[in-house]
Design a protein around this ligand. Sequence first.
Ligand code: HEM
Length: 215
Amino acid sequence: MNTDKLILRTRFVERACHWFMVICFFAVALSGLSWFFPSLNGLNAVFGTPQLARILHPFFGVLVFLLLAFMFTRFVKYNLLEPQDRLWFRNIRQVLAGKHEPALQVGKYNAGQKLLFWGIMALISVLLVSGVLIWRPWFAHLFPIPVIRIGLLVHALAGISLILLIIGHAYLAFWVKGSIRGMLTGYVSRRWARTHHDRWFRQIDSKADAGKGGE
Ligand code: HEM
């Protein structure tokens, strides 16, 4: 691939972590959904058998948490809310209409992506804590029954919320052409960067002019 006209957006280790985590997340989400209604029971075939699904769901859940914790350390600095993000919120109609003029001073991630980032991190933390509370046979016996009941409710609500959030995240990733390719290859075009993340593009450009290259 000729990368002369492209900009590195996401490094290999971050992409590998994201896509491995997506596979694990799907397995955990489908097996989790399979326990909501009898009609969804078939979904636990994702782990082979219902028994395996029951055993592996929590272990894979912890793995998803650890992979997201790693992503947190790599991405948090780009996801802190800044004063310029107000402009994106104020012009949300323009964003939804797919209009890119005037430029909205968008950094590496836009305000919506930042909210999503914090939503994902908050929900996975809630899932981890509530998941440990209800994890039989390892930890559940350490807690009184009412606590386990509340844990079950919180775990189910947080699980549904995270699945809905991820459906939105995946939809938007397909909606913004070039995003998925960016997360697969690591590179985006200069035009993509200028159109969707103008402030980030200017920073990259000025670093390149100063001979530092950029991410
Ligand atoms: C089919 C499912 C998914 C697709 C197509 C997808 C696609 C993408 C793409 C294209 C990006 C890069 C966005 C950009 O460069 O502006 C991204 C970033 C990200 N994704 Fe996904 N993703 C999926 C599932 C998930 C899941 C299941 C999670 C977590 C539970 C997740 C968490 C993240 C995070 C934390 C980022 C970094 C965004 C930020 O720092 O603001 N993704 N994803």
